[in-house]
Design a protein around this ligand. Structure first.
Ligand SMILES: [Zn+2]
Length: 309
C-alpha cells in the first residue's frame, strides 16, 4: 500500500494533522525540508500548477529534482512525502489544462500522491474527471486528492470580502454532494470548503496579508459524516488558531500552507537581496508554523511504526 495513503489514513483516525507545504520558489525547498526534520514533523512537500505557471517553481521535473537534492538520506525521507497539488481541469484564467499528461508525468517521476481539481466543473463532470484520474493513479498505487466546493483566492482581481463569504457560506461544499462525490469518484482524500480562503495569487494582490479566516465546524461535522475519507483544508494560512485543533480532531487530516511561508521567503528576499537570508527567514517561519501555529512538533513519532526501517 502507498505510504502516503497509509500515513493520511492513520492521521485521520487519530485526529492528527499532516501539513502540506507549498514550494513556489525552488530555493525554498531545503529550508522547508530542514524545518520539518528539526521539528520532527511529518509533512507533505507540494507544488501546484499555478506555482510553476505564475511563480518560479519551474515545473514538476525541477521540483522533483530539488526534492531529491534536499531529501537524500533515510532519516530525512522519514519526515516528508512529495505531493502534486492542484492540477486544474479549467485553470484560474478559464483555460483548458492537459491535466492527464501532467498527472501521468508526475506519477512516472515518483510523486507520492496527486491532486486533480475539477472544482470549476459541474458536479457530474467533476465526478467523471476525478474517477478517470483515480483509475489512472491507482493503477500505479498512487492516491488521489480531489476538490469539491470553492476555496476562493485563485481568481483574477481582488479576493471577495471574507465576511461575506463566511456569512453566506459562499462556495461551501454541500455535504450531500460530497457523499455522492466520494462514492462515485473513488477519490482517497477530499478538499472541502467550509470557511478558509486561498492566498491571492494574482500579481496585484499576492503580497497582501490574508484575512483572518474562521472555520464552520458544524458544517465540517456534516462533511465528515457524509464522506468518511480524510478531508483536506486548503488555504490554511490565516485560519485563526482556535479553529485548527478541533478541525484536526474532527477529520481534517491534511492542511495546505502556501501563502504564509511564501511571503516569509519573498519578503526577506526583497528586504535583504540575499537568497541565503531569505532561506533563513523561511526556515524560522516554517518551524514557527509547525510548532506554534499547528502544534505538531514531534508528530513523526505517531507514524514511526508505519515507516520502512
Ligand atoms: Zn488549494
Amino acid at each position: 500500500m502507498n505510504l502516503s495513503k497509509v500515513i493520511l489514513d492513520e492521521a485521520y483516525r487519530n485526529g492528527i494533522l499532516v501539513p502540506s507545504l507549498n514550494i513556489p520558489h525552488l530555493p525554498m525547498m531545503p529550508a522547508v525540508v530542514q524545518a520539518c526534520v528539526d521539528e520532527q514533523s511529518m509533512a507533505f512537500i507540494a507544488v501546484s500548477r499555478v506555482e510553476w505557471e505564475k511563480f518560479e517553481a519551474g515545473g514538476i521535473v525541477d521540483v522533483k529534482r530539488a526534492y531529491d537534492e534536499a531529501v537524500t538520506d533515510t532519516e530525512t525521507r522519514s519526515y516528508v512525502r512529495l505531493h502534486l497539488d492542484h492540477v486544474p481541469v479549467i485553470d484560474e484564467d478559464n483555460l483548458q489544462v492537459d491535466y492527464r499528461s501532467i498527472i501521468s508525468e508526475a506519477i512516472d517521476l515518483g510523486y507520492d500522491s496527486v491532486m486533480i481539481d475539477g472544482s470549476r466543473l459541474s458536479l457530474d463532470e467533476n465526478i467523471r474527471v476525478t474517477a478517470e484520474i483515480v483509475e489512472l493513479a491507482h493503477a500505479s498505487g498512487v492516491p488521489v486528492e480531489a476538490e469539491l466546493g470553492a476555496v476562493f483566492g485563485h481568481e483574477d482581481g481582488p479576493p471577495p470580502p471574507y465576511e461575506e463569504v463566511f456569512r453566506e457560506k459562499r462556495g461551501f461544499t454541500v455535504p450531500k454532494e460530497a457523499g455522492r462525490f466520494v462514492r462515485e469518484s473513488g477519490c482517497d482524500w477530499l478538499s472541502v470548503a467550509f470557511g478558509s480562503v486561498h492566498g491571492a495569487i494574482s500579481e496585484a494582490f499576492r503580497d497582501m496579508k490574508k484575512p483572518d479566516a474562521r472555520l464552520d465546524l458544524d458544517h465540517l461535522a456534516l462533511l465528515v459524516e457524509a464522506t468518511g475519507v480524510p478531508l483536506v483544508l486548503h488555504g490554511g494560512s490565516g485560519v485563526l488558531k482556535e479553529y485548527l485543533l478541533p478541525a484536526f480532531k474532527q477529520g481534517v487530516a491534511k492542511m495546505n500552507i502556501g501563502t504564509e511561508i511564501r511571503q516569509a521567503y519573498t519578503n526577506a528576499l526583497r528586504e535583504t537581496g540575499s537568497v541565503g537570508k531569505a532561506q533563513d527567514a523561511l526556515y524560522e517561519r516554517t518551524r514557527y508554523v509547525l510548532n506554534d501555529y499547528l502544534g505538531i512538533r514531534g508528530s513523526r513519532e505517531h507514524f514511526r511504526g508505519l515507516l520502512p526501517e
